[in-house]
Write a protein that binds this ligand. Structure first.
Ligand code: 3HC
Length: 694
C-alpha cells in the first residue's frame, strides 16, 4: 500500500480511503493500492467487509487524464485498469463503495467493480469519456448495462451526461442513498450486507442481442446528430450492445480494442486538449498574486437589446440580481418580453421548473434611469456598437457607478482604451464580450485595456466562472481574438466566392468539416450589415493595391442583410428555411467580372485550407502581438464561441496536427503574407505547443 490509499478498521469493517487530491483520479498507484487493500482485507480474519470511499471533496473522478498522452506517445504502456478492477470484484468479502461528489469514468467503473454502492443524495455518477473522445476503458460498457439495463447504459455511455444519485438509485446503479454521514451509512450497510454480489454475474437486465442492436441503431442516429463527426459515441454504443451477445470477459476484450482505437485517434487528443484548455485559460501568467478579487452581489446593465437582455439572463441564472436599463419604455418592454419568452421556452422544454423561471425573472428589474446603478458591483454596457455612443454611455456610467465597481463593455470590436478614456477611472474599465445567444454560449472574451488593473482582470475571470462561462483573456485590438480572426476567415470565404466557388459550396464544405454553421449562413444570421458598417468605418485604414473581400457590400447596398430582411446570401421563407439566393451569387459574379478576378472550380480541400489556415495565420499574429497569451486561449475562443468542432481541438491545435510546415507551404501558395511566428515555429520541433507570449 502507499500514501494514495489509507486504511483503518472500524467495527470489523476495513475502511479504505482514496487520498489523491484534488479529485482522487486513478493515477498510477491508486488502483494498485486499492487491490492491495482489498487483498489485505480478505487475508485478515477480523475484517467482515470492506468500504471504499474517497477522501476530500469527491469519490474517484476517473482515470488520470494526464496519463493518456504518455500512453499515446509510448512513454508508458497501455491502461491496465480493467484487470485490477476485476481483482477487486473477486474479493470474497463484500466490498461496499461509498460515493460522494462525482463517480465519473474510471471512478464509476471502480464503483461498479464493488459488490454494492451507496451514495449521498448530492452525488453524481456517469461515464463522461466521450467528452474526451474516448469510451469507458475499464469494463464500464460491460458492467453498466448489467446494473442499469442496456438502454440506460447506452445513453449514459454515448452522451456522457452524469446522473443524479436519485436517478442512479432508480436505475439500479447504486443500492442506497445515505442520509447523514456517508461513511457511517456505508459501514452500517456493509454490516448488514447479505454477502458478495458480483456485477459481472448479473445478466437479468441485459437486453437480448436483437433488442440491443435495434437500440444501438436509434442511439447512434441521435449521437450522429447531436455529436456530429465524433467517433467515440458510436464506439461506446457498439460496446454496450456487445455486452448482450458476448460473455463478460470477451465483452471486456471488445471494449479494450475499441478504447485503444479511440485513445490513439486524433479526436481524443483534440478533446483532451480542450479539457485541459478550459482549465488553463483561467490561469493568467504575470497577474499580480495579490490582485484583490471583488465579489459581485449586484449587477446593472445598460442596453436591453438582444445582447443586454441575454446578459441579464446570465446574471439572473447565476443568482445575481440585475438592473436592466434602456432609454424608452418600449425598448425595455420589448427586451423583457424576449427574456420572458426565453424562460417560458425553457419551461416548455422541461429545462426549468416554472418556479425556477419565475425566480430568475424576478431577479431582473427593468429601469429607465441610472437610479440604483450606484449599488452595482459590476456595470455592463451593452448599447449599440458605435464608439461615440459607447463613450457617451461610459461617461454617464462613470458619473453614477460607485468607486470600486467593475465597468465592463460588451463591445465586440471597438477600442477598449478609447472607451475607458471617456471615464475618470480607466483602470476599472474592461471588455466583457459575450457571444450570441449570451445565455447559451459558454465563452466570455475578457479584454484588458492598457490601464485595466490586475484586480479588475482577476475579478472578471472569477466572475466568468460564477456566471458559468469560460473567461478567456484577450488584449485590445480591433476584434480582439475572436472577431479579428473571424474577419480573416470570413473574408477568405467571400474571396472564394469572388473567385468562382458558391456560398453554399463553401458553407457545406465547412459544415461537413465540423463547423456548427458555414460562414455565409453565420453572416446571414448575424446580419450582413454589421460587417458592412465596420468595413465602411475602417476603409481609411485599407492598404492601396491590396485586395479586400467586397462582393458582400453589393448585397448590403440592396438591403439584403440576411435573415432579418428575408434575404442575404440565402433566401428565407416565413419559417426561416434557407434556399440559395441566386441573385446574390449573380452579384458576386458581376463583381468578379468587373474586377477581372480569375474564375476557377474549388475542391473541398482547397476551401478548408483557405478558410481554416486564414484563422491559423491570423491567430499566429495575435500570439506574436501578445493579444492572445497562448495558442490554447485562441483554441478555447473558437471552440466555445465560434462553433469550431471540439474534436479538432481548435484552430491552433488543428494546425499542429496538420503540421506547421504544411500550413506554411499552403499560406505561401495562396500568396498571403505568412505571420512571422508561423514561419518561425514551422521550422522548429514543437510547433505551437508550449509557446506563450509571456
Ligand atoms: N485526471 C487528471 N486530472 C483531473 C481529472 C482527471 N480525471 N479530473 C480533474 N482533474 C484536474 C483538473 O485538470 C484540475 O487541475 P488544475 O487545478 O491543475 O487545473 C483539477 O483536477 C480540478 O478539476 P476542476 O477544476 O475541473 O474541478 P471541479 O471541482 O470544477 O470539477 C470534476 C471536478 C467534475 C471531477 C471535473 O474535474 C471533471 O469533470 N473531471 C473529468 C472527469 C472525467 O472525465 N473522468 C473520466 C476520465 S477518463 C476515464 O476514466 C477512462 C476510463 O474509462 C478508463
Amino acid at each position: 500500500m502507499n500514501d494514495l490509499i489509507l486504511t483503518e478498521r472500524r467495527d470489523g469493517i476495513l475502511v479504505v480511503t482514496v487520498n489523491n487530491p484534488p479529485v482522487n483520479a486513478l493515477s498510477p498507484g491508486v488502483p494498485e493500492g486499492l487491490v492491495a487493500a482489498v487483498k489485505a482485507g480478505n487475508a485478515e480474519a477480523a475484517v467482515k467487509a470492506i468500504v471504499i470511499i474517497g477522501g476530500g471533496k469527491t469519490y474517484i473522478a476517473g482515470a488520470d487524464i494526464k496519463e493518456f498522452g504518455k500512453i499515446t506517445s509510448g512513454e508508458r504502456g497501455g491502461i491496465a485498469l480493467a484487470p485490477l478492477l476485476r481483482e477487486i470484484e473477486d474479493s470474497n468479502k463484500p466490498v461496499v463503495m461509498a460515493i460522494h461528489g462525482t463517480a465519473l469514468g474510471g471512478g464509476l467503473e471502480t464503483a461498479m467493480a464493488g459488490h454494492y454502492r451507496v451514495a449521498v443524495a448530492t452525488a453524481q455518477a456517469g461515464q463522461p469519456e466521450v467528452k474526451l473522445g474516448i469510451i469507458p476503458g475499464a469494463a464500464g460498457t460491460q458492467r453498466l448495462p448489467r446494473l442499469a439495463g442496456t438502454a440506460k447504459a447506452m445513453e449514459m455511455c454515448a452522451f456522457g451526461e452524469p446522473v443524479s444519485a436519485q436517478d442512479a438509485l432508480a436505475a439500479g446503479i447504486i443500492d442506497e442513498i445515505v442520509e447523514g454521514d456517508l461513511l457511517e451509512g456505508a459501514i452500517a450497510f456493509a454490516l448488514r450486507t447479505p454477502g458478495v454480489r458480483r456485477t459481472r454475474d448479473l445478466t437479468a437486465k441485459l437486453a437480448t442481442p436483437e433488442e440491443a442492436e435495434s437500440l444501438a441503431v436509434a442511439v447512434k442516429a441521435t449521437a450522429a446528430r447531436k455529436m456530429r463527426g465524433q467517433k467515440a459515441p458510436l464506439a461506446a454504443v457498439e460496446c454496450v450492445a456487445a455486452a448482450s451477445r458476448l460473455p463478460f470477459d470477451e465483452g471486456c476484450e471488445y471494449e479494450r480494442a475499441a478504447f485503444e482505437k479511440c485513445l490513439f485517434d486524433v479526436q481524443s487528443k483534440s478533446m483532451i486538449h480542450a479539457f485541459f484548455g478550459e482549465r488553463t485559460v483561467a490561469k493568467i501568467p504575470g497577474l499580480s498574486k495579490d490582485a484583490a478579487i471583488a465579489g459581485v452581489k449586484r449587477a446593472a446593465i445598460t442596453g436591453a437589446g438582444t445582447m443586454g437582455g441575454g446578459i441579464a439572463m446570465v446574471y439572473a441564472n447565476a443568482g445575481i440580481p440585475v438592473l436592466l436599463k434602456d432609454v424608452s419604455e418600449e425598448a425595455l418592454e420589448r427586451g423583457m418580453a424576449t427574456i420572458r419568452g426565453n424562460y417560458e421556452n425553457s419551461v416548455r422544454k422541461g429545462r426549468l421548473t416554472s418556479a425556477d423561471a419565475e425566480a430568475r425573472l424576478a431577479r431582473i428589474t427593468p429601469v429607465l434611469t441610472y437610479d440604483g446603478f450606484d449599488q452595482a458591483d459590476v456595470v455592463v454596457e451593452a448599447v449599440f456598437e458605435n464608439l461615440e455612443l459607447k463613450r457617451k454611455t461610459f461617461a454617464e456610467i462613470d458619473a453614477v457607478a460607485r468607486p470600486g465597481a467593475i465597468l465592463a463593455s460588451n463591445t465586440s470590436t471597438l477600442d477598449i482604451d478609447a472607451i475607458a478614456g471617456a471615464t475618470s477611472r480607466p483602470e476599472w474599465v474592461i471588455g466583457h464580450h459575450y457571444f450570441s445567444p449570451a445565455n447559451v454560449m459558454r465563452l466570455l472574451e475578457i479584454v484588458r485595456g492598457k490601464a485595466t488593473s490586475d484586480s479588475v482582470i482577476a475579478s472578471s475571470m472569477e466572475l466568468a466562472r460564477r456566471l458559468r462561462k469560460v473567461g478567456v483573456l484577450a488584449g485590445n485590438c480591433r476584434g480582439f481574438i475572436g472577431n479579428r480572426m473571424f474577419g480573416a476567415y470570413r473574408g477568405e470565404a467571400v474571396m472564394l466566392v469572388e473567385e468562382g466557388a458558391t456560398p453554399w459550396q463553401v458553407d457545406q464544405a465547412l459544415y461537413d468539416w465540423g463547423m456548427a454553421m458555414g460562414p455565409f449562413a453565420v453572416g446571414d444570421l448575424a446580419g450582413l450589415d454589421v460587417g458592412w458598417r465596420i468595413r465602411k468605418e475602417f476603409r481609411h485604414l485599407e492598404i492601396a493595391g491590396k485586395r479586400y473581400p467586397e462582393a458582400e457590400d453589393l448585397l448590403c447596398e440592396r438591403g439584403w442583410f440576411g435573415q432579418k430582411t428575408g434575404r442575404g446570401w440565402y433566401e428565407y421563407d416565413a419559417q426561416r428555411n434557407a434556399s440559395p439566393n441566386d441573385e446574390a451569387l449573380a452579384l458576386a459574379r458581376d463583381y468578379a467580372a468587373q474586377r477581372k478576378i480569375n474564375q476557377k472550380k474549388f475542391t473541398t480541400d482547397e476551401i478548408i485550407e483557405r478558410t481554416i489556415y486564414a484563422l491559423v495565420n491570423e491567430g499566429a499574429r495575435l500570439l506574436e502581438e501578445g493579444i492572445a497569451i497562448r495558442p490554447v486561449d485562441i483554441d478555447m475562443v473558437y471552440l466555445l464561441g465560434y462553433g469550431f468542432p471540439v474534436w479538432r481541438g481548435g484552430p491552433m491545435f488543428y494546425a499542429g496536427c496538420v503540421g506547421l510546415p504544411r500550413v506554411l507551404d499552403a499560406v505561401k501558395r495562396f500568396e498571403w503574407e505568412p505571420a512571422p511566428l508561423l514561419a518561425q515555429l514551422a521550422s522548429g520541433p514543437s510547433g505551437f505547443t508550449g509557446w506563450s507570449a509571456r
